[in-house]
Design a protein around this ligand. Structure first.
Ligand code: SF4
Length: 473
């Protein structure tokens, strides 16, 4: 039982904590697109924390409202402009409450369309390309001092430089937020696939030095990470320097990471088929921490289309690679990306995509209709495919892909798999985790199973998830 004085002190401390929390500046971040963007958003949140900004999931609380954008698909880019309109309304409301709001747009849309942003959203304060986001604190300072010295608020500051010094050197240590963490090892791409904006938005390939990656990995493991997913637009073209200045490949890096005590799982994404070398295949054979799930985008099954896409492999080379990987590790399950209705794709070409799916039997896949991205060679190809043909082909392809995914999941029933539990499920007493094959697994489990790797027997499956037997902590 507390004395009156102790009770008073306790309440005062609580009120003080609430007040400090209320007075702390807040940053609202919305992320569009790929895992690299998710990683970048986390790093920007870490960076801004150093400058006194706490992350919030309520846009109305944001002293900074930041959109980290994606330019891969037209819909994603359009969505940014509708969200910017919403941010403007929030800014107006906050202004009436006497609160300032800084609107920031970051990422690939800025790199590709900064002029469009200026025109369509002149109230944006800061626009940063994906290689310039470490400059946010500096630009923020400039915008705030500009506010103090000038009337009105027109478009603020744009930075779309491809900096020679990598942004990673300016970011604070990356700490775990759970058992699974992303770690960017490579950025940019030199492949220039004819439909893709990445080489124009993220620049040419850059690989982080081995020691930097290992340092970040150790920091993540020391703060609770059990699984690291190595990220890069073309991750397996990684060629980072070791401490002696010698270039090393991703297989070397994976070997080094596997030596970290406490790191249980390693994944990498997104890989490019033509850059899978024998060392990497060997790593799939020898390194037990490397998960037997490989995302290996083929995009199309016709050599004519692959050539038009400027992919540097043929369908038969892709199949040979799959064979080699399975020889090294027969447990590997493949996932892939597909684009249907690429300019010039005939019925015959599309049939070849279907044939590849039937041969590889992908366990998961992402498939999309081709959409024109301004500034890419494919956008101005004459032989664009009609929308209804694309829709029809996508339906056929997805039905087939889902049937293989469903079969793979159903075949897991009665098997026992190691599951890394990451968070609570939708239902009371339920947790969600991931199998080695990136399947979501739901099971009744004690809360203390979160962030643990536990063997679970699969008792049911759908196309999108597995159900596990009850787990005890
Ligand atoms: S390899 Fe991937 S990131 Fe690089 S240009 Fe092709 S699709 Fe874009």
């Amino acid at each position: 039982m507390l004395t009156k004085e102790e009770d008073y002190q306790k309440k005062s401390l609580k009120n003080l904590k609430v007040k400090i929390k209320e007075e702390m500046k807040k940053i609202f971040i919305k992320t569009f697109g790929c895992q690299m963007n998710v990683y970048d958003s986390k790093r920007i949140a870490d960076l801004m924390k150093k400058y006194g900004y706490e992350e919030t999931d309520k846009i109305s609380e944001g002293d900074i409202i930041l959109f980290n954008t994606c330019h891969i698909r037209e819909k994603a880019a359009e969505k940014v402009f509708s969200d910017l309109g919403r941010a403007k309304k929030v800014k107006n409301v906050r202004e009436k409450q006497g609160k300032d709001t800084i609107i920031v747009v970051m990422g690939c849309v800025v790199q590709a369309e900064d002029d469009v942003i200026i025109k369509r959203a002149p109230y944006v304060d800061i626009a940063l390309g994906p290689l310039a986001y470490h400059k946010l604190p500096e630009l923020l300072k400039k915008v705030l001092s500009k506010r103090d010295s000038e009337e009105g608020n027109n478009f603020g500051l744009i930075d779309t430089e491809f900096y020679a010094e990598p942004k990673f050197d300016y970011l604070p240590d990356n700490k775990s937020q759970g058992a699974c963490s992303f770690l960017a090892i490579q950025e940019g791409c030199d492949n220039f696939c004819t439909y893709c904006v990445v080489p124009y938005t993220r620049g040419i390939e850059y690989s982080r030095p081995i020691e930097d990656v290992l340092k970040e990995a150790k920091s993540l493991v020391n703060t609770g990470t059990l699984e690291i997913n190595l990220l890069g637009q073309n991750v397996n073209s990684y060629h980072g320097e070791d401490k002696n200045g010698k270039e090393r490949n991703i297989a070397y890096l994976i070997n080094k990471l596997a030596e970290i005590d406490g790191l249980k799982r390693i994944r990498y994404t997104t890989s490019y088929p033509a850059d899978v070398d024998d060392d990497l295949i060997e790593a799939h054979k020898n390194i037990k921490e490397l998960m037997p799930y490989l995302h290996l985008p083929i995009q199309a099954g016709s050599d004519i289309i692959l050539k038009a896409m400027n992919r540097r492999y043929s369908a038969s080379e892709y199949l040979r690679l799959v064979e080699k990987l399975l020889k090294a590790n027969s447990e590997i399950g493949f996932s892939s990306d597909f684009i249907v209705g690429f300019p010039g794709e005939s019925d015959k070409d599309f049939e070849k995509t279907i044939r590849i799916v039937n041969e590889v039997k992908f366990i998961q896949a992402f498939s999309f209709k081709y959409s024109q991205r301004a500034g890419t060679p494919a956008a101005i190809m004459k032989n664009q495919i009609e929308e209804n043909v694309k829709t029809e082909r996508l339906q056929i392809l997805q039905d087939l892909l889902f049937s293989y995914q469903n079969k793979f999941n159903k075949d897991c029933i009665d098997k026992t798999m190691p599951v890394l539990f990451e968070q609570k499920g939708r239902h009371k007493g339920q947790l969600v985790g991931r199998t080695p094959y990136m399947q979501n697994l739901y099971a009744e489990a004690d809360f203390n199973c979160i962030n643990k790797l536990i063997d679970v027997k699969i008792i049911d499956a759908t196309t999108n998830s597995l159900k596990g037997e009850k787990v005890k902590g």
